[in-house]
Design a protein around this ligand. Structure first.
Ligand SMILES: [Zn+2]
Length: 155
């Protein structure tokens, strides 16, 4: 084998529909979303409010069964704008956002909507880490993270 040898590209395609149980914690979270409530689990030891809710605290290794409702507004902790098309995601451009909701100690990964993304320079002026955002709900909710359509910038 020489260093000049090119890698061969092997075309392929996976199309793998599947269903699985969301589990006890995510199911409770999703049922609350139908009612437009966002709930999280709180660790009895470190008191952190974990969003999305988890069945155990990854720092303290204790099971979590205390639920608290967090606010529908929060802060944009990080984001990336995607200009490529991916299966199961919106038409590009779209913005993936890490949102720390008020009352939570960890951030939820979701979409940022109603933001200027087509023009990169304008996007850089209007989308900023630290900006305030709020949840926008779907009219028809089915019990899933998509019940929150996206988060939008607060005026
Ligand atoms: Zn903890």
């Amino acid at each position: 084998m020489t260093q000049e040898e090119e890698n061969i590209i092997v075309p392929g395609r996976w199309d793998l529909p599947f269903r699985h149980t969301a589990g006890r914690i995510a199911s409770h979270f999703f049922h609350a979303l139908v009612e437009k409530r966002i709930i999280a689990t709180r660790c009895p030891r470190c008191r952190r409010v974990l969003m999305p809710p988890r069945p155990f605290c990854e720092r303290c290794f204790v099971p979590l069964d205390e639920w608290v409702e967090v606010k529908q507004q929060g802060t944009l902790e990080a984001f990336t704008v995607c200009y490529a098309r991916f299966t199961g995601l919106p038409d590009p451009p779209y913005c993936l956002a890490l949102v720390k909701l008020d009352g939570a100690d960890t951030a939820l990964n979701h979409l940022l909507g109603e933001a200027e993304l087509e023009d990169v320079e304008r996007m850089k002026e209007t989308v900023r880490i630290g900006m305030r955002v709020e949840a926008v709900w779907r009219d028809e909710r089915e019990g899933g993270i998509q019940d929150i359509k996206y988060f939008r910038p607060l005026a």
